[in-house]
Write a protein that binds this ligand. Structure first.
Ligand code: KG4
Length: 344
């Protein structure tokens, strides 16, 4: 029997510290420590995030090894998120990964966080009848910082064919939620409240962009102006219309996302379509995927909730495929805050 390939993934790009162990593509553990410290500021405070990562990283890595039931000497390689993300946060995970690989004398594999979100679809949990996408497929990658359509030709061959020119879909959820007085991050609150509202109650702006690019700033402004004008007439407007406002906002964001995705799927004649990133937890977006599967014959891939937000299992699986190709990273490499059009 061939030798085990056991990868530990380390993720620290934003406000979640995570470590996960994957053996031969099967997840053995995935430990995530969130950072409640940001809630009172209405957004992630970079310096506080770096400090919390420093406190969390060692216990999180320890727990990931314990839950996987392995000793650190059994590790084959260390995979870490090199970018994009907050530089101070990335530095914590990167420095830890470098030190750990030196101490264990095993290879270091750098991972693009966005590529990790896409490859989360290939994490095996060791269950029967697991279904993975085949190539090529399209992945709608929607999070707090990104909204992209990715053409996935192979594990390590991906191209961003469309992306937002301003705000991300998650940002649109969060910023509109904030003006309604909802806590941060607002996406899950909008999702919950939208279930009781009428999605056609309010008409909001939709962009008219060519190609596969997105824009959400016009929608955000139209939402803000709607609230400003209506509150002038009736100060309790938001409270009285909360569910309808959430439902209309959510429906508009989903409509914008699905229209471009449909266009890309049609143009490229691709029927396998996946969704990834924090916003893929949205119940309305998940429903829209199921409706598209029925109406257009798509084979859809929706990640389990644990893999929608930032997690190290997706970093470990990406590290696994890079390890198989011998794509290692030198100790000299530094984190990056932004990325180019190719996910590599
Ligand atoms: O991928 P992610 O965890 O990390 C960042 O990009 O930072 O995505 C976080 C985003 C936030 O904007 C959050 O509001 C959004 O995902 N989100 C949701 C839902 N759950 C998380 N948006 C809409 N509906 C949800 N159920």
């Amino acid at each position: 029997m061939s030798e085990n390939i056991t990868i530990i993934g380390i993720e620290s790009s934003c406000d979640d510290t995570s470590a996960a162990v994957i053996r031969n593509g099967v997840m053995l553990s995935n430990v995530i420590a969130g950072q409640a410290v940001h809630t009172r500021y209405g957004g992630v405070v970079p310096e506080l995030a770096s400090r919390a990562h420093q406190q969390n990283i060692i216990p999180v890595v320890h727990d990931a090894l314990v839950q996987a039931g392995i000793d650190k000497k059994e590790l084959t390689a260390i995979a870490f998120t090199r970018g994009p993300g907050l530089l101070g946060s990335l530095l914590v995970g990167t420095s830890f990964a470098k030190g750990f690989s030196q101490a264990l004398n095993i290879p270091l594999v750098d991972v693009n966080h966005l590529q990790g979100h896409v490859l989360a679809h290939f994490i095996s949990q060791g269950k029967e009848n697991e279904k993975f996408p085949s190539f090529p497929f399209l992945c709608l990658l929607v999070s707090g910082g990104n909204s992209q359509i990715v053409l996935v030709r192979n594990y390590l061959d991906m191209e961003v064919i469309g992306q937002t020119i301003d705000d991300a879909a998650g940002e649109a959820f969060d910023k509109c939620a904030k003006v309604m007085g909802l806590p941060y991050p607002g996406g899950p609150h909008v999702d919950r409240l939208a279930k009781k509202g009428n999605p056609n109650a309010f008409k909001l702006n939709k962009p008219h962009l060519q190609g596969y690019d997105y824009s959400f700033s016009g929608l955000k402004t139209s939402f803000l102006y709607l609230l400003r004008d209506e509150i002038r007439k009736s100060p309790d407007f938001v409270q009285e219309n909360m569910a309808d406002l959430c439902a209309s906002l959510q429906a508009t964001i989903i409509d914008i996302l699905m229209k471009k995705l449909r266009k890309a799927a049609d143009d490229l004649n691709i029927k396998q379509v996946a969704v990834a990133g924090g916003v893929s937890a949205n119940s309305g977006l998940r429903d829209a995927f199921h409706q598209h599967a029925e109406k257009y014959g798509w084979e859809i891939f929706i990640p389990p909730f644990a893999f929608t937000t930032d997690n190290a299992a997706m970093i470990a699986i990406t590290g696994y495929y890079k390890y198989l190709k011998g794509e290692f990273c030198s100790i000299e490499e530094v984190p990056y805050a932004r990325v180019s059009n190719l996910l590599a």
